[in-house]
Structure formats: structure tokens, C-alpha cells
Design a protein around this ligand. Structure first.
Ligand code: GUN
Length: 289
């Protein structure tokens, strides 16, 4: 049996199209475009690529992109002052501070300074608490994108056994909360989990977010399960000097057993920015209304 491939790239393109319609409606009603501010501190190459793509897609959806690029040696006080300025700016509906921050900055303190109603990343403790208690708020983009793909593939998730591998604040924990809200029976596995293959074998839904290349093997997967691979790992390619991207799931073996699976690249990856733009237009409507 060969799994269906979940096309996150196409789903994200459709989502951006719907966001574009909402962005035009917002502009017509509010007399201004919805605005997303992105703050990048330092010159991490991967972060620079993310920020450039965010800017391009924000504009393509008919929203305003405000980019703030600060040198790596910026003081924490100066970054906090910028966040306060963005909090007070009525043209800014969403604020994203790109992580990781340089080592001399306290990430939690920076996130805590963002107005929770502009926290389109969903990282502020107020939004983490809202998600945990079922109140409306902002949900981290990558896990929300995963749930959108799962519901598109499976319809109702109610009663399904789900295993989330990884317990990060950005993906694993919010993913578990979202799956609980969809009435799944959720297990969160991590580096100390005993007999991970056996835990994974019970799951109708497997979400892998550990950052270890091709760790989840096909023989761990229950036949017909839906596999969501959040990993993006760069590994050496077959040719000298070439690299390639792989997920946390061994796609070659898992795709012979699973019912459906996200590829890397082209699966979960494109969903993150699309959901960020979705959160921004939601913020604009909420904050203007
Ligand atoms: N760095 C990698 N992914 C993300 C993300 O989703 N949000 C922020 N703020 N930083 C990131």
C-alpha cells in the first residue's frame, strides 16, 4: 500500500488566497491595510530567509509588512522598547519577534512584553493559557497548520489516538492541546519515552516534531495511520558537497505503511507562514472591532 501525499504547499496557497479576500475586506472597512511587524535581531541565515519569505507573502496577501532588522549586539532594553512602540502603533496588528534571539537576551521576557492581542505567534503566556483553557486567542502557527491539514485529510478527529513526538513550547505542547480540543486521545512522547516504536504503533495520528532526521521508521507506523512530519533537517546528500532536506520521519519506509503522509519539503513547512498571515488578519479584525 502506498500513502496519499498531503500537499501542504497547495493547501497553504489556497489559505493565502482566502486570507487575501479577508485582507481586502479589512482594507475597505478600516481604510488601511492590516499590518504585520517582524523583528529580526542578528544575522542568522535561516532566520533571514524566513523573514524575507514572511515579508513577501504578507505583501502578496494585501497586507502591510513592517520589517525591523537590528544588529546582534542590540541591548535587550532597546529590543523591549521597540516591542513597546509596536504595541502602541495602531498600524501594527500583529508582532512577531523571530527566534532564536542572541544569547544575551531573555526570550521569555521579550515575548512577555508583546501585547497578547498582537501576539500572532501565540507564544505569550496569556495565549498559552487561553489555548489550554479553550478560550479564543492566538495559537502557534505550525501546530495550527498541522491540525488544518489533519482535518482536511480526515474530517473529524474525534476519538482518534494521536501521538505527538516532541514536547517543545512552539510545536509539541500546543499540538497536544489542539488535538485534545479535537477530542483525540493524546500521548506526548519525548527523548525519555520508553519503547517509542510501541507507543507510535498504537496511533491513528503521528505528529513528529523532534528535529532528528528520519528517526521515525515505517515499521513503527500503524497501517493506514496519518503521519504529519514537522521536521526540517538538512543532511548530506548523495553527491559530495550537496545537501538535502529530510523530515523527522523516514519517508521511504513510512509512506509504504501510512494512509497519508506529509512530505518534506512541501508538507507542513509552507503552512507556518500561511497560518501566521491568517492570525494577522484575525488580529486586525479583532483589534479594529
Ligand atoms: N523561529 C522559527 N520558527 C519560528 C516561529 O514560528 N516564530 C518565531 N517567532 N520564530 C521562529
Amino acid at each position: 500500500m502506498s500513502a496519499s501525499i498531503i500537499d501542504g504547499k497547495a493547501f497553504a496557497a489556497g489559505l493565502r488566497e482566502r486570507i487575501g479576500v479577508l485582507a481586502s475586506a479589512f482594507e475597505a472597512a478600516a481604510g488601511r491595510k492590516a499590518g504585520l511587524a517582524v523583528v529580526l535581531v542578528g544575522e542568522d541565515p535561516a532566520s533571514q530567509v524566513y523573514v524575507r519569505n514572511k515579508g513577501k507573502q504578507t505583501i502578496a496577501c494585501g497586507m502591510e509588512s513592517f520589517e525591523h532588522k537590528l544588529p546582534a549586539e542590540t541591548s535587550e532594553a532597546d529590543l523591549l522598547a521597540l516591542v513597546e512602540t509596536l504595541n502602541a502603533d495602531p498600524a501594527v496588528d500583529g508582532i512577531l519577534v523571530q527566534l532564536p534571539l542572541p544569547a544575551h537576551m531573555n526570550e521569555q521576557k521579550v515575548i512577555a512584553t508583546i501585547n497578547p492581542d498582537k501576539d500572532v505567534d501565540g507564544f505569550h503566556v496569556v495565549n498559552v493559557g487561553r489555548l489550554a483553557t479553550g478560550l479564543p486567542g492566538f495559537v502557534p502557527c505550525t501546530p495550527l497548520g498541522c491540525v488544518m491539514l489533519l482535518k482536511d485529510q480526515l474530517g473529524s478527529l474525534s476519538g482518534l489516538d494521536a501521538v505527538v513526538i516532541g514536547r517543545s513550547n512552539i510545536v509539541g505542547k500546543p499540538m497536544a492541546q489542539l488535538l485534545i480540543a479535537e477530542s483525540c486521545t493524546v500521548t506526548v512522547a519525548h527523548s525519555r519515552t520508553r519503547d517509542l516504536p510501541d507507543v507510535v504503533r498504537r496511533a491513528d495520528i503521528v505528529v513528529a516534531a523532534v528535529g532528528r532526521p528520519e528517526m521515525v521508521k515505517g515499521e513503527w507506523i500503524k497501517p493506514g495511520a496519518t503521519v504529519i512530519d514537522v521536521g526540517i533537517n538538512r543532511v548530506a546528500g548523495a553527491q559530495e558537497g550537496k545537501s538535502r532536506l529530510v523530515g523527522d520521519v523516514d519517508f521511504a519506509s513510512a509512506s509504504t505503511v501510512a494512509g497519508a503522509i506529509t512530505p518534506v519539503p512541501g508538507g507542513v513547512g509552507p503552512m507556518t507562514i500561511a497560518v501566521l498571515l491568517r492570525n494577522t488578519i484575525v488580529a486586525a479584525h479583532r483589534n479594529a472591532g
